[in-house]
Design a protein around this ligand. Structure first.
Ligand SMILES: [Zn+2]
Length: 188
């Protein structure tokens, strides 16, 4: 008897951390609430540990960020620029990047360390916000695209313009099969 394969917890097909995060509204296991419904889910996505009580409080902010991110991706995928109101949460998280250098003594001398100005758990979302900000700046040239299957709501980044599907296995084959049957029917 073969070992049971654990189903993937997230669709990591976006080619971009912010897009992968936005895609967590869909759960590979089919949960209608999406792939992130608790701090544990969020921590698993971010690769964070068990989390302090403050870190656990980041979940509502993460969900707001995700909702705005989806609206931004929708606009970018149709060649528009992001709305000002949708970048507010990204800017709020980016603030956590603020740091200053400080000389700190070492055994044999000194080293320069970086001191974060904000000791805020929102900093956990910084990598997502940075990736999102990059997409917003690049705008239409970021190559954000929605999966070619109209019933699918996953996004991905593809600057080559050749990729059509979130994944060949999920949507590509389905579309191919549908086209095949359409041809068979018209030929009959
Ligand atoms: Zn798809």
């Amino acid at each position: 008897m073969g070992a049971l394969r654990k189903p993937a917890r997230f669709f990591l097909i976006g080619n971009n951390l912010a897009i992968d995060f936005a895609n967590t509204v869909v759960d590979p296991g089919g949960d209608a609430n999406g792939a992130i419904g608790s701090w544990e889910d969020l921590a698993a996505f971010l690769g964070a540990g068990r989390g302090t009580p403050e870190a656990r409080g980041v979940l509502p902010l993460a969900m707001k960020l995700r909702a705005d991110l989806r609206s931004i991706l929708e606009r970018l995928a149709s060649g528009k620029v992001a709305d000002a109101v949708r970048v507010e949460w990204i800017n709020l998280v980016l603030k956590m990047e603020a740091a200053f250098p400080r000389l700190a003594p070492e055994k044999k001398g000194w080293r320069l360390e970086r001191v974060q100005i904000h000791e805020d758990a929102a900093g956990l979302l910084l990598p997502v916000a940075q990736a999102a900000a990059q997409l917003v700046v690049e705008g239409a040239s970021a190559g954000v695209r929605k999966c070619g299957n109209p019933a699918c709501i996953l996004y991905f980044q593809d600057k080559s313009g050749r990729r059509r599907w979130c994944s060949m296995a999920v949507c590509g084959n389905r579309a191919k099969a549908a086209a095949h049957w359409r041809r068979r029917i018209t030929q009959a």
